[in-house]
Design a protein around this ligand. Structure first.
Ligand code: DQA
Length: 142
């Protein structure tokens, strides 16, 4: 059972970036929590972060995984390419947002990704990633 986690653009700045919205936890700490939980659940995990849309599309296409957990960040609201890559590969996927994208600016309410994923978690802070790992395990065991 292998999960690929993709963090999109600007998430490398977590802990320093708009902390009132995204909190004060650094990406490395989030990744450690994801890795610890995955080890506990006996799940193989690979985690990447990229600011580049093309790199994210490449990762979705070529990495070896059974389920994708993705926070596409700003590309959520713009990227037909990432949407199409997820649809083309056809593996289960969970979209995660730290903030509640439906409670913010109007442009954030549209996700190009949500139509092609198994489910979405939005607004639960960094716990969203951990809930996604637990949900992934259930999806893959079905
Ligand atoms: C985000 C929400 C997006 O609208 C924003 O562009 C991000 C982060 C979130 O995790 O809440 O960069 O995906």
């Amino acid at each position: 059972m292998k999960i690929l986690v993709i963090h999109g653009p600007n998430l490398n700045l977590l802990g320093r970036r708009e902390t009132g919205i995204y909190g004060q936890v650094f990406l490395d700490d989030i990744n450690r929590q994801i890795q610890d939980l995955s080890a506990e659940l006996d799940i193989d995990i690979e985690i990447i972060q990229s600011n580049s849309e093309g790199e994210i599309v490449d990762a979705i296409q070529v990495r070896d995984y059974d389920l994708l957990i993705i926070n596409p960040a700003a590309y959520t609201h713009t990227s037909v390419a990432i949407r199409d890559a997820i649809a083309a590969i056809g593996k289960p996927a969970i979209e995660v947002h730290i903030s509640n994208i439906y409670k913010r600016e109007e442009f954030r309410k549209k996700s190009f990704i949500s139509e092609v994923v198994t489910g979405q978690i939005s607004g639960l802070g960094i716990d969203g990633y951990l809930l996604a790992v637990r949900a992934a395990q259930k999806i893959l065991l079905k």
